[in-house]
Design a protein around this ligand. Structure first.
Ligand code: AMP
Ligand code: ZN
Ligand code: FE
Ligand code: FE
Length: 265
C-alpha cells in the first residue's frame, strides 16, 4: 500500500511522526507520504523511526490561495528539505497563520464566545503548524462544541462568519517552488467541495504549465462523480493519478491506508 498524504502532530494530526511510522510498519505498508501543513519539521523523526521495508515520501501539504481567493492544497513530495527559498515560503505561510488566528478569535469574542489565543496555544502541540483544527480543539476543551467535525460543519467552515484566510502562495508559485527544489507536485483533493469554493476543470491547464505532476483522485472528500471527472482531466493532461488517506490520527475519521496510489502511477 502506497499512501502519499498523511499528517502528524507537527501540524494538525495527532500521532507523532514516530507513531505514524510505527503504525504504517505494523500495517505492512510499503510507502507513506509525510505531508504536514506548511512544514517539514516531522521529517527527521520519521527518518529516525524508519526500519524494515517501509519507505518514506517526505513532503509537505502547502496551503495556497488563488487570485480569486480559492483555497488550494498542493502536495510537494521528495523535494530538498534544505532548499532555502522553499523553507522561506513555508515559514512565511506559518507566520501568517498567527494574525489570522487572532482575527478569528476576535470575531468569536465579539459575539460572546469564550475563547482566547491562550486556549488555542494550550491545544497546540509543540512546534506544530497552527491551524483551525487547534482552534476546534480549544473550543472542545471549553465545552463550546463537541468535536473537530462539528466545528468544520459549522463555525469553522470556510463559509462561516468567523472564517479568515491567511497569506499563502498561489498554486502556480507553489508548484514552481516544489519543482525548483527537486520535488514533484500533486494537487490535493481539488474537488473536495464540502470545504468551500473549488477549482474548475479549466484551471488545471495553468497548473500544468507551472509544472504540476499529478492529481489526488481517490480521497474520501471526493465522491465517485468528482473522481471520474478528475480521472478524465488527469488522462487528458497526462498527469499521475494518486490516492491517499489524508490521515490525521484521531483528529479525523480518515484511517491510514484507506486509499492508496497504484505502483505504476
Ligand atoms: P487551516 O489550514 O487552518 O485552514 O485548517 C484546515 C485544515 O483543517 C485542513 O487541513 C483539514 O485537514 C482540517 N480539517 C478540515 N475539515 C476537518 C474536519 N471535519 N475534522 C478535522 N479536521 C478538518
Ligand atoms: Zn489537516
Ligand atoms: Fe488538504
Ligand atoms: Fe491533508
Amino acid at each position: 500500500m502506497i499512501d502519499l498524504h498523511t499528517h502528524t502532530n507537527k501540524s494538525d494530526g495527532t500521532d507523532s511522526p514516530r507513531e505514524l511510522v510505527n503504525k504504517a510498519i505494523s500495517l505492512g505498508m510499503s510507502v507513506i507520504g509525510i505531508t504536514d501543513h506548511d512544514t517539514t519539521s516531522g521529517w527527521l523523526q520519521a527518518i529516525e523511526s524508519l526500519r524494515g521495508d517501509l519507505a518514506l515520501a517526505l513532503g509537505s501539504e502547502i496551503s495556497c490561495l488563488t487570485h480569486d481567493g480559492i483555497s488550494v492544497h498542493m502536495l510537494g513530495l521528495l523535494f530538498d528539505g534544505q532548499h532555502l527559498e522553499m523553507q522561506n515560503m513555508l515559514e512565511e505561510t506559518r507566520d501568517g497563520r498567527l494574525p489570522r488566528m487572532r482575527t478569528m478569535i476576535e470575531k468569536m469574542r465579539a459575539v460572546g464566545i469564550d475563547i482566547s489565543m491562550e486556549d488555542v496555544y494550550n491545544a497546540l502541540p509543540t512546534g506544530a503548524t497552527l491551524g483551525r483544527p487547534h482552534l476546534a480543539d480549544a473550543l472542545v476543551n471549553k465545552g463550546v462544541i463537541k468535536s473537530r467535525d462539528e466545528a468544520f460543519q459549522g463555525m469553522l467552515n470556510n463559509d462561516s462568519e468567523f472564517y479568515v484566510s491567511h497569506a499563502a502562495p498561489t498554486p502556480e508559485d507553489a508548484i514552481r517552488m516544489i519543482r525548483n527544489a527537486g520535488g514533484v507536485a500533486v494537487i490535493a483533493h481539488p474537488f473536495a467541495s464540502l470545504r468551500g469554493q473549488i477549482l474548475s476543470a479549466s484551471d488545471f491547464k495553468s497548473l500544468v504549465d507551472a509544472g504540476l505532476n499529478g492529481i489526488e483522485v481517490d480521497h474520501r472528500d471526493q465522491n465517485p462523480e468528482e473522481r471520474a471527472m478528475l480521472r478524465a482531466i488527469a488522462e487528458e493532461l497526462d498527469l499521475v493519478i494518486t490516492g491517499a488517506s489524508d490521515y490525521h490520527g484521531s483528529g479525523k475519521l480518515n484511517s491510514l491506508g484507506e486509499h492508496g496510489t497504484s505502483p505504476d502511477q
